[in-house]
Ligand binder design. Structure first.
Ligand SMILES: Cc1cc2nc3c(=O)[nH]c(=O)nc-3n(C[C@H](O)[C@H](O)[C@H](O)COP(=O)(O)O)c2cc1C
Length: 384
């Protein structure tokens, strides 16, 4: 399996699957590019992992994973990072035989909407049939651990990353400022800061869940207080890096920045964000249709991104599929262990991947700036 690393300077490499064989199976991440002298404790990582943890609410898969992490590398005797790669592991604990046997019972029938068919194409009879292996939502626990490290480093630079549910089954969160969103962050299971909209969303999801079905939606991710000048103008545009980071999460089927697909209905005069000078000599913009990015480079406004999240593929409704051993059509029976929507968990993964992309771009920009030695006037605009 190729491509298990993300990033150029700040890099995360993950391994592990949903149901590895034997005692001690789990997920791990190696984080490269951590500065020395930081007090990155287990609690720093755990706080982020708890946002993504299954089995804690009415919209979460009943799988009871505690998602407790251990930092096994990169921390010295004084409890500070040494500058060596950080190693973090999260063991699987809820891998009961009854569930393994359930997966075994339909191991050759692919789950519509899931990655089983494409995994058969790539790994043949060796594809991991138990709990979807690397294509499982559980794979994302290691990213969240790596992303927690990125968030910690970004916070020291004053950069905050926050994601929330923007829309679910046609019910949309009203427009709110960053501070308003932050004040209502994680106030409900669906993590929608518009509390009235959240109530309607939750009702709708429960109705769909009771039909054995699942619900899709949209997550908005905001990176606040990002300095201008991150991103490279050609292949490594900051929007391209963010798209790589976010679209690598399972179930993400669309992405837009700022006004996004709305630009199709706008005139240039409506879309262009007009600049102004602040009293302290900075350039800011009166609107943010660009989502904080111009020419693939941050402009100092919030980076605003939305991702479309498809409904959980596993459903409790009978479906027609194909048995890959017999190559004949077969009925796939209803499956009970699943999330009725991914929205209440995937936001934590989106925050983690956004943090990894931005921190990596920050490293690149700072390295370039150190050698480019531009006139102070330009460095001041970048907050350096
Ligand atoms: C946090 C998270 C949890 C997920 N939980 C489930 C789940 O319980 N059941 C399921 O069928 N898919 C789940 N998924 C979605 C699948 O992983 C994903 O749909 C699958 O890998 C196919 O990839 P694709 O949807 O990108 O094509 C989850 C994804 C994420 C990010």
């Amino acid at each position: 399996m190729l491509g298990n690393t993300f990033g150029r300077i700040f890099r995360i490499t993950t391994c592990g699957e949903s149901y590895g064989k034997g005692r001690g199976s789990g997920l791990a991440v190696i984080v490269d590019g951590v500065p020395p002298g930081l007090r990155i404790t287990r609690d720093v990582i755990q706080k982020e992992l708890d946002k993504r943890r299954p089995g804690i609410g009415k919209f979460n898969s009943p799988r009871k994973e505690t998602d407790q992490c251990e930092i096994f590398a990169g921390i010295g005797q004084d409890g500070l990072t040494t500058g060596a790669p950080l190693g973090i592991i999260i063991y699987n604990v809820d891998t009961k035989k009854v569930h393994v046997e359930q997966y075994r019972s339909y191991r050759d029938i692919f789950r519509p909407g899931h990655a089983t068919y494409s995994f058969f194409l790539k790994y043949g009879e060796y594809q991991d049939w138990c709990g979807a292996g690397r294509a499982s939502g559980r794979e994302t626990v290691a990213r969240v651990a790596g992303g927690a490290v990125a968030k910690f480093i970004l916070a020291r630079e004053g950069i905050e990353i926050l994601a929330y549910t923007k829309e679910c089954m046609g019910i949309r969160c009203k427009e709110m400022s960053f501070e308003e969103i932050k004040n209502n962050y994680r106030k409900n299971e669906i993590n929608c800061p518009d509390l009235a909209a959240a109530e309607k969303m939750e009702e709708k999801i429960l109705e769909i869940k009771n039909q054995g079905d699942t619900a899709g939606g949209i997550i908005e991710i905001i990176a606040h207080n990002v300095p201008p000048g991150l991103g490279e103008p050609v292949f490594d545009k900051i929007n391209a890096l963010i798209a790589h980071a976010l679209c690598s999460i399972g179930a993400v089927k669309g992405i837009e920045f700022g006004a996004g697909f709305g630009v199709g209905k706008m005139k240039g005069s409506e879309n262009n964000d007009q600049p102004y000078m602040t009293p302290d000599g900075k350039v800011r913009f009166r609107t943010n249709n660009a989502g904080g990015i111009l020419g693939g480079i941050t402009n100092g406004e919030d980076i605003v991104v939305r991702i479309a999240v498809k409904p959980t593929p596993t459903i409790s409704i009978e479906q027609i599929s194909i048995n890959m051993r017999t190559m004949k059509e077969e009925t796939l029976k209803p499956i009970t262990r699943r999330d009725p929507t991914l929205l209440g968990r995937i936001y934590a993964v989106a925050e983690a991947m956004m943090a990894c992309a931005i921190l990596d771009a920050l490293y690149m920009a700072r390295a370039y700036d150190a050698l480019a030695k531009l006139d102070k006037k330009w460095m001041r605009l970048k907050g350096c």
